[in-house]
Design a protein around this ligand. Structure first.
Ligand code: ATP
Length: 360
C-alpha cells in the first residue's frame, strides 16, 4: 500500500495549451493517504478518467509529478507501479476458466499453488461465483465477466493501490450493492489505498471514506460524505450531491444579514465584505412558515417519495425544494419559508466563504 502524491499536476490533450480551458485537468496538489478509500466523483467529462489514467500510468501528465511513497513514478509504465485496475467493461481471458482467470495475477508472480488456491476460493466467494470456478469464461454474461474482472483486481494483497473506473456499470442493481459492500469489507480487512471513479453519488458516498468531487477539470472539494453534505465548498458540490440538491438564492449580504427577494434573513454569523452573493440551503434545512416571518414562497406541489416528502416551491420566480420528514404535517396556508441556521452557507463566485472568525 502506498501514499500517492500529486505534485503540481495538470494535463492538457493539446500540444500547446495556453488558457486554463485548454486543460482537461487543472493544476492539482493532493496526497491520497495510504490505506484510505476514495471516490472520485463528477459528471461526464469533468476529468475523472484523465486523473485516474495519470495515476495508473496510462497517461503521462503534461505538467507535474506523481509519487508513490515519495518515489517519482510520473514516467514509469503501469507494470512498474504495482497497482490493480478494474475498468468499466470486463477484461477476461475467454479460453480460461473463472478459476484460472482469478489465479492469473498470482501465477504471474510465481506464488505458491496452495496460497493461490486459498485466495481464489476466497475471492470466488466474494463475487458469488464459487459454483462457476471451473466454467470457461467464454459464454458467461457481461455481468459475470465483470465480476471476474473485479475478482482479479482484488485477489492480490500486495498492491500499492486498487483503481476502479466505474466498475459496476454493467452489473445488475442488486449485485451492485452486494459488490460495493464486499469492496468495503476488502478495504476494511486489507487497508488498500483505493480510488473508485464514479458519476453516481450513492456509489461514492456509500463506498468511500473521502469523496473527491471534480467539476470542469478541477477538484472542487475533498471531504467526508458528511462534510460534503453540511459544508459544500463549491456550489457544484451542493447541487450535485443530495437529492434534490442544494437551493441557491441570490442575496445582498451585509454582515450577518442577507436580503433575499427583499426580505432580510439572519445568517447566524457575520461575513466579511458586502454585495451580491449566493446563499446555499439544502432542502432538509428549509421550513414552511405560517407567520409573517420569512421569505415569501408559493407551495406548488408535494411529492411523496416514501420516507419523506419533497415540497416544490416558488420563490421570487425560481423553483426551490424543501424536504419534510416522515409524519411532518404541512402547515395549512403556509406562504413563507425560513432556514435552519446550521444549514446556511454563503457563496461568492461559487466558492463558499467562511463566517468571520471561523475556519473553513
Ligand atoms: N484522448 C483524448 N483526447 C482529447 N481530449 C480528451 C481525450 N480524453 C478525454 N478528453 C477530454 O478531456 C476532458 C475530460 O475527459 P475525461 O474522460 O477525463 O472525463 P470523465 O470525467 O472521466 O468523463 P466520463 O465519465 O465521460 O469518462 C473531456 O473534455 C474530454 O472530452
Amino acid at each position: 500500500m502506498a501514499k500517492i502524491t500529486l505534485d503540481n499536476l495538470a494535463h492538457s490533450y493539446m500540444a500547446n495549451p495556453k488558457a486554463d480551458d485548454d486543460f482537461a485537468l487543472k493544476e492539482l496538489n493532493h496526497d491520497w493517504a495510504d490505506g484510505e478509500a476514495y471516490a472520485l466523483l463528477g459528471s461526464s467529462g469533468c476529468g475523472k478518467s484523465t486523473l485516474l489514467n495519470i495515476i495508473s500510468g496510462l497517461l503521462i501528465p503534461s505538467q507535474g509529478r506523481v509519487l508513490f511513497d515519495g518515489r517519482d513514478v510520473t514516467h514509469a509504465p503501469t507494470a512498474d507501479r504495482n497497482i490493480a485496475q478494474v475498468f468499466q467493461f470486463p477484461v477476461v481471458y475467454d479460453t480460461m476458466t473463472v478459476r484460472e482467470n482469478l489465479a492469473f495475477p498470482l501465477k504471474n508472480r510465481g506464488m505458491d499453488a496452495a496460497e493461490i488456491a486459498r485466495r481464489v476460493q476466497r475471492v470466488g466467494k466474494m463475487i458469488d461465483m464459487e459454483a462457476q470456478l471451473n466454467h470457461k469464461a467464454r459464454g458467461l454474461t457481461a455481468d459475470a465477466k465483470q465480476k471476474i474482472s473485479l475478482g482479479r483486481g482484488m485477489v492480490r494483497e500486495d498492491v500499492n493501490a486498487l483503481l476502479f473506473d466505474e466498475p459496476l456499470t454493467v452489473i445488475d442493481p442488486h449485485m451492485k450493492w452486494e459488490l460495493r459492500t464486499q469492496l468495503k469489507k476488502l478495504h476494511h480487512d486489507f487497508g488498500h489505498t483505493m480510488i473508485y471513479v464514479t458519476h453516481d453519488q450513492t456509489e461514492a458516498l456509500t463506498f468511500a471514506d473521502k469523496v473527491v468531487v471534480m467539476y470542469d477539470g478541477r477538484v472542487v472539494q475533498i471531504g467526508t460524505p458528511q462534510e460534503l453534505f453540511e459544508r459544500p465548498a463549491h456550489t457544484f458540490v451542493g447541487y450535485f450531491i443530495g437529492s434534490p440538491g442544494m437551493n441557491l438564492f441570490d442575496a445582498e449580504v451585509d454582515g450577518r444579514t442577507a436580503r433575499i427577494a427583499g426580505t432580510p434573513v439572519d445568517l447566524g454569523d457575520a461575513y466579511a465584505g458586502t454585495g451580491t452573493m449566493q446563499i446555499g440551503v439544502r432542502p432538509e434545512f428549509i421550513r414552511l412558515s405560517t407567520t409573517d416571518e420569512g421569505i415569501p414562497a408559493r407551495l406548488r406541489r408535494v411529492e411523496d417519495v416514501g420516507r419523506h416528502k419533497i415540497l416544490r416551491l416558488e420563490v421570487n420566480g425560481h423553483e426551490i425544494n424543501a424536504i419534510s420528514g416522515e409524519g411532518d404535517v404541512i402547515p395549512e396556508g403556509a406562504n413563507r419559508i425560513t432556514f435552519a441556521p446550521e444549514g446556511v452557507n454563503v457563496y461568492a463566485n461559487d466558492w463558499r466563504i467562511s463566517p468571520q472568525g471561523k475556519a473553513a
